[in-house]
Ligand binder design. Structure first.
Ligand SMILES: Cc1cc2nc3c(=O)[nH]c(=O)nc-3n(C[C@H](O)[C@H](O)[C@H](O)COP(=O)(O)OP(=O)(O)OC[C@H]3O[C@@H](n4cnc5c(N)ncnc54)[C@H](O)[C@@H]3O)c2cc1C
Length: 363
């Protein structure tokens, strides 16, 4: 019997598998397809990403360095309100490569990572869990002391165990144009209702255009308007779901959710790579597969770390739906140098940010 069966090998699953294996646990990680595919993510992350990667990752995965964002209340030709840092604020990375890299680290740590294994059922018993996965050899039942549901926004593990669904599931779309662009600003458009659209320069890998919005919003229509505004031809298109939480409960008797499955994302951007890997570290540290009661310590630890930022993130998101004149007024008053950490809205009251704000007031 395994200590942990991990369902899904995205950033959250790979990170948990690695950390649990490093602690000496016997870990089986199952991925339904080929790790990293299909792509449905911008890979725009804070520089903290390099704290979860291994040797050579930055050279291999970095596509561009970003210093700030230009906010627009209308399309590409509307006024831009820049927010920026003096140092690199974020990185654009090869997301498919990141997933493969993190999975390799899990393998090196001793986890048994298998692709083309789709989990179809999860059953909790008093002393174990049974996880059925279909693969090249047909359905196979694996037994473990615990199961980690790291299977993304539409989590099968969450569904099988009747754990609460995320409050909201946004629909995100992406498309790419091929010209190289090394600019160090992303563009953010507050035009789609209740969320936003973006343009990300990805260095030699081209330019990405994206948009996310809740169900009911005509995502395709708004996206076409964005593309038309930029007057470019886009090639590859893809889309994915973005869960917005926090979820009320992410653990059951012998199971726990991490990452998008647990809606551990930023409500004001939808970004979840760093929140998922951070929660994976809490899970690996707190959960003892021989003590189901230790699941409560994981619930406590990840909430203590991330929930305040998630709650503040909801407030920031509300600003996306303010009337346009109010948005323009707010953006023009607040734009300029900032000291906010992109994953931590609570850093709005950090000394670094306050110093950046007050330095603008100096004559
Ligand atoms: C359009 C878009 C843009 C985004 N941009 C950013 C960004 O710039 N920065 C950022 O931080 N975040 C971004 N995100 C969010 C980010 O992609 C997620 O938060 C992140 O991927 C969550 O990682 P995860 O490991 O929890 O889930 P996932 O990355 O979704 O991984 C889950 C894995 O589980 C596998 N799986 C699912 N079901 C099963 C099953 N039954 N059996 C076995 N395997 C299964 C899937 O194939 C997948 O590999 C974006 C999301 C979207 C949709």
């Amino acid at each position: 019997m395994y200590d942990f069966v991990v369902v899904g090998v995205g950033p959250a699953g790979a990170r948990f598998a690695r950390r649990a294996a490093e602690r000496g646990h016997d870990v089986l990680a199952l991925e339904q397809g080929t790790i990293g595919t299909p792509l449905a993510c911008s890979g725009h992350v804070s520089t903290d990403v390099w704290s979860v990667t291994g040797e050579g990752a930055r050279e291999e995965l970095l596509q561009n360095e970003i210093y700030g964002a230009r906010f627009h209340v209308g399309g590409p030709r509307s006024d831009a309100y820049p927010f920026y840092k003096r140092e690199v604020a974020s990185n654009v990375i090869d997301r498919v490569g990141l997933d493969r890299h993190l999975a390799d680290l899990a393998r090196e740590a001793g986890a048994d990572v298998r692709e083309q294994r789709s989990v179809t059922s999860v059953t909790e018993h008093r002393d174990r869990v049974e996880v059925v996965a279909s693969g090249p050899d047909g359905p196979v039942t694996h037994e473990a002391k615990m199961v980690a549901g790291c299977d993304g926004p539409r989590s099968r593990v969450r569904q099988e165990l009747n754990l609460p669904e995320p409050d909201e599931l946004l629909h995100g779309v992406l498309a790419f144009s091929e010209e190289a662009d090394h600019q160090d600003f992303v563009d953010v458009h507050l035009t789609p209702p209740t969320f936003f659209a973006w343009r990300i320069p990805r260095g030699e890998a081209g330019v990405e255009y994206g948009l996310a919005a809740p169900p009911g919003v005509e995502v395709t229509k708004h996206f076409e308007e964005l593309i038309d505004g930029y007057e470019i031809d886009v090639a590859r298109r893809c889309s994915g779901a973005i869960p917005i939480g926090p979820a009320d409960r992410v653990t059951s008797r012998r199971a726990f959710l991490i990452g998008d499955a647990a809606a551990q994302t930023k409500p004001f951007t939808g970004g979840g790579i760093l929140y998922g890997t951070t929660a994976a570290d809490h899970a690996a540290r707190e959960i003892d597969p021989d003590r189901p009661t230790s699941l409560a310590a994981y619930e406590r630890a990840w909430r203590e770390d991330l929930e305040r930022d998630q709650r503040l993130g909801h407030w920031i998101r509300r600003a996306y739906s303010l009337p346009e004149p109010v948005q323009r007024l707010g953006l023009s008053a607040l734009s300029g140098e900032i000291g906010v950490h992109m994953d931590r809205p609570t850093s709005l009251v950090s000394p670094t940010h306050l110093k950046a704000m007050f330095s603008r007031l100096r004559p």
